[in-house]
Design a protein around this ligand. Structure first.
Ligand SMILES: *Cc1c(COP(=O)(O)O)cnc(C)c1O
Length: 224
C-alpha cells in the first residue's frame, strides 16, 4: 500500500522534528464504511490494528475476515451493544461513562476475559462529540481501575472539527496533561494516548500521541 508508506514517512518526519521515536506511534487503520478487504490490506501490510466506530458493522466484517488483526472500537458504545462489543473487540477506546464501565465489566465476567480499554475524554468540550468532560475523568478512571475485568491502558480524544489546527493541538495537549496528572495521582501507568486522525496527525504526534487513527489518508474519502 503506497499510501501507508507515505503515511509512515510523514510520521517519521514529524517524529524527527520533535525528537520522538517513530516506533512509539502506532498506526490504526480506520476501516469504517469500507469493506472487509480494507482491513485485509492493513493486516497484510503489517499494521497493528484496525478501528471501527459501529459495533454491528465491525462484527459483520470480523466474521468474514480470514486474516488475523486486532479490531478496536473507536465509536460511541450504546449499552445494549455492550455484550456484543465485549465478546468481539480486542480493545475498546471509547469508554466514556461509569455506567458503561460497570456494564462492560459484567459482560467480560460472563465472557471470562480481560478487556483492555481507553477512556475517551472530550478535552475540547465539543458539544457534538462523545467523551467524558475532563473534570469527570478522575471518577471514570477510578471506576475503571476498580473494575476487575477491565485493563485501563490510557486515553483517547477526538479533536474539535473546527478546521483550526491550533484547536486540535490544544485538545491534544490537554489530554496529555490530564494523563500525566491522573497517572501521578492514581500511581498507575497510562501509556496510551490515542489521538490524531488524517487531518491533525502532526499536531497529535507533536503532543505525544502513541496511536494515530487514520481512515481517509489510507483508504480515500468516505461517503457518510
Ligand atoms: C473516522 C474516525 C477516524 C478516522 O478519520 P479520518 O479523518 O478518515 O482519518 C478516527 N477516529 C475516529 C474516532 C473516527 O470515528
Amino acid at each position: 500500500m503506497e499510501r501507508t508508506r507515505v503515511l509512515e514517512e510523514l510520521i517519521a518526519e514529524t517524529c524527527g522534528g520533535c525528537g520522538r521515536a517513530p516506533d512509539k506511534v502506532k498506526i490504526m487503520a480506520v476501516t469504517k464504511t469500507h469493506p472487509v478487504e480494507a482491513a485485509g490490506c492493513a493486516a497484510r501490510y503489517g499494521l497493528p490494528c484496525v478501528g471501527e466506530n459501529r459495533v454491528q458493522e465491525a462484527v459483520d466484517k470480523m466474521v468474514k475476515a480470514d486474516f488475523p488483526i486486532p479490531w478496536e472500537l473507536i465509536g460511541h458504545l450504546q449499552s445494549n451493544k455492550s455484550a456484543l462489543a465485549a465478546r468481539h473487540f480486542a480493545r475498546i477506546q471509547s469508554v466514556d461513562s461509569v455506567k458503561l464501565v460497570h456494564r462492560l465489566d459484567r459482560c467480560c465476567e460472563t465472557e471470562n476475559r480481560t478487556l483492555p480499554v481507553l477512556l475517551q475524554v472530550n478535552t475540547a468540550k465539543d458539544e457534538t462529540k462523545f467523551g467524558i468532560p475532563p473534570e469527570d475523568a478522575p471518577a471514570l478512571l477510578e471506576a475503571a481501575l476498580l473494575a476487575p475485568r477491565l485493563r485501563v491502558e490510557g486515553f483517547m480524544t477526538i479533536a474539535p472539527l473546527t478546521g483550526d489546527r491550533n484547536d486540535a493541538r490544544r485538545a491534544f495537549a490537554a489530554l496529555r496533561e490530564l494523563r500525566d496528572s491522573l497517572a501521578a495521582e492514581f500511581r498507575v501507568e497510562l501509556p496510551e494516548l490515542s489521538m490524531g486522525m488524517t487531518g491533525d496527525l502532526r499536531e497529535a504526534i507533536e503532543e505525544g500521541s502513541t496511536c494515530v487513527r487514520v481512515g481517509s489518508a489510507l483508504f480515500g474519502p468516505r461517503e457518510e
